[in-house]
Design a protein around this ligand. Structure first.
Ligand SMILES: *Cc1c(COP(=O)(O)O)cnc(C)c1O
Length: 366
């Protein structure tokens, strides 16, 4: 198999991760597939999730939802981040469910149903302070939604909210958000609205806060093998990022490496030039910090990460052009290590792997 740089995605691992997550809850599972399936490839990752037992799929944008539908994915799909002015009628026609958090959004989706009413999930802000209707607007939104449903203009299939701090075990916000979510559901019951799905938990909620499961959970990062909290669930990283050495050479002592000469060799140094750079999602901030695996051994990146390439110090010996260098995967170096080097979270590392890198699918479902 010839390649210069590639992201190998094990679809069997994604399916097994979903199965492991489903085993930790009695709720149905709606994996988050936004941002190209956290970098793994939207459609293949979605199919792997369904193989693993997911019954519905969650995405951010309408484009993501339509791409799934147009690729023949038949499962229910919820899009939860949709700006005004988009073609909601086409979305409703394609059976895409839409999140609604304001009266403006409510009237837009109510107007969009043609063949059948729009299927919506009401979204409450229970404490995150980002999306969702603020508490002061809950009653109005519920009343208007109840009326629109009674008029046959919408079908309220879900009510949901999102957790802000569920990855911090002792943080009291999670309990408070859960209490608030119950209040929101009470308002719905009181208005005689009983949506089929109630959902609050992300990966951290699923793994660490069983009270937040209700009857549907929305794991994202854990599906791809990076649990945001300590867990015994057998979750494995699904993506391996690798590239082939382009050139190997020895630099003399005292020789600078890369832009700005931020590293200077202390002795004659064997280096490998490897064709992945910041344009591919290798953070430039990891210059002179990160390590990669060459022949299974950890080797340091020397000098700056360039747009297209990095320089890696390798041992004297048998590293050759064409050898495979692993940046991260299900081994000694994971995306979590890169997150530490870049002072971020694994989510950002995975979703930053650029479009220049082909995804190659292995495992079930290829
Ligand atoms: C991204 C997202 C999720 C998944 O979050 P993870 O932390 O990756 O599990 C769930 N729900 C919503 C609304 C999201 O935006």
């Amino acid at each position: 198999m010839s390649f210069q740089a590639e992201a190998v995605v094990d679809l069997g691992t994604i399916a097994a991760n979903v199965e492991a997550l489903a085993g930790r809850t009695s709720a149905a599972v709606m994996p988050a597939l936004k941002a190209n399936g956290y970098g793994h490839g939207l459609v293949p990752a979605a199919r792997a999730c369904l193989d693993g037992g997911a019954s519905r799929l969650g995405v951010a944008t309408l484009d993501e939802a339509m791409e799934l539908r147009n690729s023949g994915v038949a499962a229910p799909i919820l899009a939860w981040l949709v700006a005004p002015g988009l073609d909601l009628a086409a979305a409703v026609d394609a059976d895409i469910e839409l999140a609604v958090a304001s009266r403006e959004q409510l009237s837009a989706v109510a107007d969009a149903g043609a063949r059948h009413p729009a299927r919506i999930h009401l979204k409450a802000d229970t404490g995150m302070g980002r999306g969702g209707a603020p508490r002061a607007e809950w009653q109005t939104l519920v009343d208007l939604a109840a009326k629109a449903q009674a008029d046959g203009r919408i079908e309220i299939v879900g009510a949901f909210s999102h957790l802000a701090c569920a990855d911090e075990p002792g943080n009291p916000l999670t309990q408070s958000q859960d209490d608030n979510f119950r209040d929101f559901l009470d308002l719905l019951w009181a208005a005689d609205v009983q949506p089929q799905w109630q959902h609050l938990a992300n990966s951290a909620g699923l793994l660490a806060h069983p009270d937040t499961h209700y009857n549907l959970v929305r794991p994202g990062i854990a599906v791809y093998g990076y649990p945001p909290v300590a867990t015994e669930a057998p979750l494995r990283p699904a993506m391996t990022l690798r590239a082939r050495v382009v050139l190997v050479k020895t630099l003399p002592a005292g020789h600078g490496i890369g832009y700005g000469h931020t590293y200077v060799t202390k002795r004659p140094t064997r280096v490998a030039i490897v064709p992945l750079g910041y344009a591919d999602g290798i953070p430039r901030s990891t210059s002179n910090r990160a390590e990669v695996l060459v022949g299974g051994r950890r080797c340091p990146i020397r000098g700056r990460v360039s747009m297209d390439q990095v320089v890696v110090e390798v041992d004297e010996g048998d590293v050759r052009a064409g050898d495979v260098v692993e940046f991260f995967g299900d081994g000694d170096i994971t995306a979590e290590d890169w997150a530490t080097w870049h002072d971020t979270i694994s989510y950002e590392i995975l979703t930053s792997i650029g479009p220049r890198i082909p995804r190659r699918y292995v495992g079930k479902n290829t």
